[in-house]
Design a protein around this ligand. Structure first.
Ligand code: UDP
Length: 407
């Protein structure tokens, strides 16, 4: 089992001992996370590492997953798209169904908690039923909510304002709400199967198993098949690059159980890639962490050409592997990429193609930028920093009336 002390060689003794000191203030407190999928997507990824480590620190930390039918996830995907600024149609029946499914889920939850952290809109309306079961309720929004569609936000705001606080990934996503709002950046776990060091043999074995021959430079995007991740734009960029530079493209993705649009987008991607033997589309199972790790390490250039992005853990993962990343200039990606330092920000397939060629033709520069990127992640985006933020949030919730907290 991985323990907190195992992180000391990576982040330093002082960072780990600070977590123990903060946790002393919270011994025995009960902390419940609620989201809508146990696998697939960044939220599940983070919770799978954070929950065991919080328990090791002496907080009773649980993770609940709500269940829903396809109609429920159609509604919540519309919320997601609406929060990310797209016009969506929501009927009264859809909104009622959303509340009804959360009501049914609420019946399964009998815990009593000090703080509940509810992730994203899917389980948000649980508060309307379960409010007495926790002293404090915090809504954690992982979505790029910088310009939400008003109809969606008006509905969600009525729910979110019942919370005691909310958490966003960056200041641009904060909203007009009657409670404190906190900023917490997501993170990756450097010791997980997704991010741990791999040997050359392990990387080669995965490429062999996936049928990827490394006879040309490899460009990679890892993402759910979601239109906001712009896989079609990546294919367009690839086609431009390879007019001049031989290379191949791997689009690796899977499905999240709470994302009903995946199959449709995958079909569009397959059509766009037709007749192009140097594009490989990999449909991976949700637990393919080792495979994604190996692909990211094997890639020559990693792209995350999103058009909206809450944070973009795939960018952090790639940077941790010493890669300069080319990312869409949106949402949390701009917190991670600095042109010519840790990667490049782009806003079009043409811009993306230009930067891919730039990096392919300057491997030494790409390597140096990759090293800078790795150190940037070490300082800002590893799980130890994230746990420190959660502990601080918990302490603030534990002492809601105090203006000065002695830590
Ligand atoms: N991921 C995965 N399998 C896939 C696609 C993505 O395990 O087929 C992981 C990816 O490595 C990352 C997370 O899911 O850890 C995606 O997080 P991100 O913040 O990039 O995007 P989200 O899916 O949450 O919008």
């Amino acid at each position: 089992m991985i323990t907190l002390d195992d992180y000391a060689p990576i982040v330093g003794e002082e960072v780990v001992s600070q977590l123990y000191r903060l946790a002393e203030h919270l011994q025995g407190r009960r902390f419940v996370h609620i989201n809508s999928t146990a696998i697939g997507g960044g939220v599940a990824e983070i919770l799978s590492w954070a929950v065991p480590l919080m328990n090791q620190l002496g907080l009773q930390t649980d993770w609940e997953v709500i269940m829903g039918d396809p109609a429920f996830f159609e509604v919540t995907k519309a919320f997601h798209n609406g929060l990310q600024g797209f016009k969506v149609n929501l009927t009264r029946a859809m909104l009622e169904h959303y509340r009804q499914v959360n009501l049914e889920n609420a019946r399964r939850f009998s815990w009593e908690a000090d703080v509940v952290l509810v992730h994203d809109p899917q389980p948000a309306s649980l508060i309307e039923v379960l409010r007495p079961q926790s002293r404090r309720w915090v809504w954690r929004c992982h979505i790029d909510a910088s310009r939400p569609h008003l109809t969606v936000w008006r509905f969600l705001r009525e729910i979110v304002k019942q919370y005691d606080a909310s958490v966003f990934s960056m200041s641009q996503f904060a909203q007009n709400l009657p409670h404190p709002q906190y900023l917490i950046r997501p993170s990756i776990d450097p010791l997980s199967e997704k991010n741990r060091d791999l040997t050359e043999e392990e990387i080669k074995a995965v490429l062999n198993r996936l049928g990827i021959e490394k006879d040309k430079p490899l460009i990679l995007q890892v993402s759910r098949f979601d239109s906001f991740k712009d896989p079609i734009g990546v294919i367009q960029a690839f086609r431009l690059v390879r007019r001049h530079t031989p290379c191949k493209l791997v689009l690796a993705g899977g499905e999240a159980t709470d994302d009903p649009e995946g199959p449709e987008i995958l079909a569009q991607v397959q059509e766009a890639a037709q007749g192009e033997p140097d594009i490989q589309i990999l449909l991976l199972p949700p637990d393919a962490h080792h495979e994604i790790n190996a692909l990211q390490r094997a890639a020559d250039v990693i792209v995350q050409k999103s058009t909206r992005e809450g944070f973009g853990l795939t960018v952090t993962e790639a940077m941790w592997k010493g890669k300069a990343v080319i990312g869409g200039a949106v949402g949390g990606i701009v917190l991670q990429l600095r042109d010519y330092h840790t990667g490049f920000l782009v806003s079009s397939p043409e811009g993306c193609a230009f930067r891919i060629r730039y990096l392919l033709h300057r491997p030494e520069m790409a390597r140096r930028m990759g090293q800078t990127a790795k150190e940037f992640v070490r300082t800002h985006f590893l799980i130890t920093r994230h746990i420190r933020d959660y502990l601080t949030l918990m302490i603030l919730q534990d002492n809601p009336d105090s203006r000065l907290i002695e830590l």
